[in-house]
Write a protein that binds this ligand. Structure first.
Ligand SMILES: [Zn+2]
Length: 146
């Protein structure tokens, strides 16, 4: 392994990591790219560090609960990757909340609003259950369940 040599023009000693002779500027025929260390080669891409592939059940519960409070149900399902189910819950929730709200003065509105409350509670627990299922499947099979 040649780590150093001499400049062909002026005879000054050169390291292989020096691209040009510092004395006369001749390009070094022994020049090599500095060997990058293992850490550089295996460095994780920016942003990937700290990435957690699991779905946090607490986050699913919070998103489902807070979204539902504002009439946006199914957010917990979308968070755990059940997008279609989340959209169906969202639409069902909107219908119950809007129609129930508009007709609250009449008898029909009350069951609709109670229905929305039941949907709100159910989708919170279902989102948490799905987050746990997701994590269990990912841990066992090494891939996403859905
Ligand atoms: Zn030289």
């Amino acid at each position: 392994l040649v780590e150093s040599g001499y400049c062909a023009v002026c005879g000054k000693s050169l390291l292989v990591t020096e691209q040009f002779c510092a004395s006369c500027g001749t390009s070094n025929t022994l020049y090599r790219e500095p060997v990058s260390n293992t850490q550089d080669n295996h460095a994780t891409p920016a942003g990937a560090a700290g990435y957690n592939p699991y779905k946090n059940p607490t986050t699913a519960v919070l998103i489902a609960a807070i979204g539902g409070l504002f009439g946006v149900s199914g957010m917990g399902h979308m968070y755990v990757g059940k997008v279609t189910k989340g959209i169906l819950i969202l639409v069902a929730g909107l219908i119950l909340a809007v129609v129930g709200g508009l007709t609250a003065a009449f008898l029909v509105g009350i069951p609709l609003l109670i229905g929305y409350l039941a949907l709100w509670i159910w989708q919170i627990f279902d989102a948490r259950k799905l987050a746990n299922q997701y994590n269990e499947y990912l841990k066992t099979n090494g891939k996403q369940p859905w």
